[in-house]
Design a protein around this ligand. Structure first.
Ligand SMILES: Cc1cc2nc3c(=O)[nH]c(=O)nc-3n(C[C@H](O)[C@H](O)[C@H](O)COP(=O)(O)O)c2cc1C
Length: 313
């Protein structure tokens, strides 16, 4: 009788253990709902929250999304969220009950506001349910903060320092690709104490309605995500890993299957986040997990760590 040996997909990053490299991308995944479709605890490595701000935000006017058939979508949600207090009180315990590490994504307009949010988080009775923070320094769809904050080395370093000075939990910096040199922004985040880098957020894009002869999205530019941004994400990860091989990278952008995940790992990511594809295929994590295990089996791998950054050598 033959037995099938299953390679563990577990990875470690920033002092945390993940049973799988598969996380969801912030803002694209309703974990409690999808947990009713399939048990996330058996498949995913962790859960990332929607980005939360100090106060509730209503988000942008409609339309907020438009599909770009075959290549992805544009979104301009505008960080709609219920605010930090509600998220800490209600959402964090719900997510932690799914039995996985929880990464809280936060955004602010200044380093002072980031520090204030961090203090609120750490002093909340549910603080221990949060395993790490992800600073969203890269939202393209808000007038203040977001991408503007994340495009300058000074403000990135200040934001990270303001948080890491007081936060004992690992802090990931989520970077925008909409800069001329993502490596210098990554360096600033690391200097500010980031335990890891998340790359990338959406790429700025425009779509035109040819009948109205006007841009489709009310703010004209919006965030482009989905399969078309995969090479851009890989380029960012490749260069970040080349310059900072010791810093764990969470790779995100256009992932749709196990082949994509493997490319991200080989370029230097330790973990990945899966986003836009979840709107069409919320159970995609199951397929990716099965296919990753099959790859590990045929390649006789003992650990996914054998793959991280291997394409560089
Ligand atoms: C509808 C939508 C909402 C998003 N909201 C957030 C958010 O709140 N915070 C954040 O950091 N990124 C947000 N993103 C960006 C994703 O987390 C991810 O970085 C990006 O979509 C690229 O990955 P993908 O191509 O797999 O979707 C959002 C993306 C989409 C499509």
């Amino acid at each position: 009788m033959s037995t099938t040996v299953t390679t563990s997909l577990s990875v470690t990053a920033a002092g945390l253990s993940f049973q799988s490299p598969l996380l969801n991308a912030s803002g694209t995944f309703n974990a409690p709902l999808f947990n009713q479709l399939y048990p996330l605890q058996e498949i995913m490595g962790g859960i990332v929250t929607k980005t939360v701000t100090q106060n509730p935000q209503a988000g942008n006017m409609q339309p907020r999304t438009t599909e770009l058939p075959g290549i992805g979508m544009l979104n301009s949600i505008g960080l709609q969220n219920p605010g930090l207090a509600y998220t800490l009180e209600t959402e964090i315990p719900e997510l932690k009950a799914l039995g996985l590490p929880v990464i809280l994504s936060i955004s602010a307009n200044s380093s002072g506001e980031f520090a204030q949010m961090t203090e609120t988080i750490l002093s909340h009775p549910h603080a221990s349910l949060i395993d790490a923070l992800e600073l969203n320094l890269s939202c393209p769809n808000v007038a203040k903060g977001g991408i503007h904050f994340g495009s300058a080395t000074d403000s990135v370093k200040e934001a990270l320092s303001a948080v890491t000075r007081i936060c004992p939990k690992p802090v990931f910096a989520k970077l925008t690709p909409n800069v001329s040199d993502i490596v210098s922004i990554g360096a600033a985040a690391i200097e500010g104490g980031a335990a890891g880098l998340t790359a990338i957020n959406t790429v700025l894009g425009v779509a035109i309605d040819i009948h109205k002869k006007k841009p489709i999205m009310p703010r004209v530019s919006a965030g482009y995500s989905g399969p078309g941004i995969k090479p851009i994400a890989l380029h960012a990860i490749w260069n970040l890993h080349k310059h900072f091989p010791e810093t764990p990278i969470i790779g995100v952008g256009g992932i749709g299957n196990a082949q994509d995940v493997l490319e991200f790992l080989m370029a230097g990511a330790t973990l990945v986040q899966v986003g836009t594809i979840c709107f069409r295929q919320p159970t995609i994590f199951k397929t990716i997990q099965t296919d990753l295990q099959e790859f590990c089996r045929t390649e006789n791998l003992n650990s996914l760590h054998e793959l991280i950054g291997c394409a560089h050598t």
